[in-house]
Design a protein around this ligand. Structure first.
Ligand code: PMT
Length: 333
């Protein structure tokens, strides 16, 4: 072990705070009541529609500020592709979607024309009369995306809420799940966000910019409380809950995903490996719901045609959710 890795592992051994004490000791974000109002209105609309299913999709990475007046923060790799793509397939399957995402990460529909890989200017042309047009190569796909986007907007099927820090994420998630709880079995929670595992608690954070004149910097990070436990047990105990497990070492995935299901008792864990996450995922179920895990794989041909793995993941989950709703109704009759 190198000197550096010894130092980091020593710093990461502080125990995780319990979710309850985290919420007691941390000030809620200023924007929380606005978030709660928006979500409550959205749920009010969809509760009145018989059989309407609503899914919360979390997406993108959370930041960990190093200073209260934040100049620097820790971040992670997630661009929000999984969340934004999944939201589109849920909408296509008839769900109303609360898209709780990292600010400036990919968003449903606009993701096809945003960020550096898909700059919208590359899709535009100026014709001989000097009018702005869409390059004819792209019109058919763009029209299709535009129609889907307009339908979601006109029918109030998509609510966009953003977060940046891990604190905003944790408080927002708690509020949204509690407001969705009255939907009972018709609520689905699809937790694709890459949530920070380590953070600096407010009472240990410096207010002003950390000065570089003091030499090197050592950080002491505490573990973020595992939020999935109260979500499953208290906030939305009747919801259909899907968490993700991300690993870089494939030999750990199955054991850790199974452990997560056994520990928290929710319905599905989707396991993925960082480098292959767009080509293969594995769905892990509770033993009473399925005989074993299910691999979802994209062929080379499908990937060449720019098809997305979410087109296979979402129908599978919708099927499981429907079966689960039917089973729950049978129990309550
Ligand atoms: O955005 P992309 O670039 O498309 O990438 C998609 C993705 C790889 C981020 C996504 O597919 C994914 O795997 N998301 C979850 C990543 C992650 O946080 O995994 P984890 O093993 O660290 O956490 C496992 C679960 O614990 C998560 O479902 C999370 O909701 C939950 N968790 C995490 C932290 C925390 N404090 N409390 C939690 O309950």
């Amino acid at each position: 072990m190198t000197k550096e890795s010894r130092r980091i592992s020593a710093l990461m051994t502080l125990p995780a705070a319990e979710p309850d004490s985290y919420f007691e000791e941390t000030a809620p974000p200023r924007t929380l009541s606005d978030l709660e109002d928006k979500v409550a209105k959205f749920i009010q609309i969809h509760r009145l529609i018989p059989g309407r299913k609503v899914v919360l999709v979390t997406s993108g990475g959370t930041t960990v500020p190093l200073e209260t007046q934040t100049v620097r923060f820790l971040d992670n790799f997630s661009a929000g592709t999984r969340g934004a793509t999944s939201a589109e397939y849920f909408l296509a399957a008839g769900y109303a979607v609360i898209f709780f995402h990292r600010q400036f990460s990919l968003q449903p529909y606009s993701r096809h024309y945003s960020h550096s890989t898909n700059c919208f200017l590359d899709f535009m042309d100026v014709n001989e009369s000097g009018d702005l047009t869409v390059n004819h190569k792209y019109t058919s796909k763009m029209k299709q995306v535009l129609m889907q986007y307009r339908k979601a907007k006109e029918e109030s099927l998509l609510l966009m809420i953003n977060f940046t820090t891990v604190r905003e994420y944790l408080f927002g998630l708690r509020s949204i799940t509690r407001i969705m709880a009255p939907l009972r079995h018709n609520a689905m929670f699809y937790l694709a966000a890459a949530v920070s595992d380590f953070f600096i608690p407010e009472n240990k954070m410096v207010e002003h910019k950390i000065q570089s004149s003091g030499g090197g910097l050592s950080l002491e990070l505490e573990q973020v409380p595992k939020i999935i436990r109260p979500l499953v047990k208290e906030w939305a105990p009747e919801g259909f809950i899907i968490s993700f497990k991300l690993e870089t070492d494939p030999s750990l995935l199955s054991e850790k995903a199974t452990k997560s299901l056994n520990t928290y008792g929710h319905q599905v864990v989707i396991g993925n490996i960082l480098t292959t996450r767009k080509r293969i995922v594995t769905l892990f179920f509770r033993p009473e719901d399925a005989p074993g895990p299910l691999d979802i794989v994209m062929s080379d041909e499908e990937l060449k045609q720019e098809q997305e793995i979410e087109m296979k993941i979402i129908p599978e989950l919708v099927h499981c959710h429907d079966a689960w709703i039917t089973k729950s109704q049978a129990f309550s009759n």
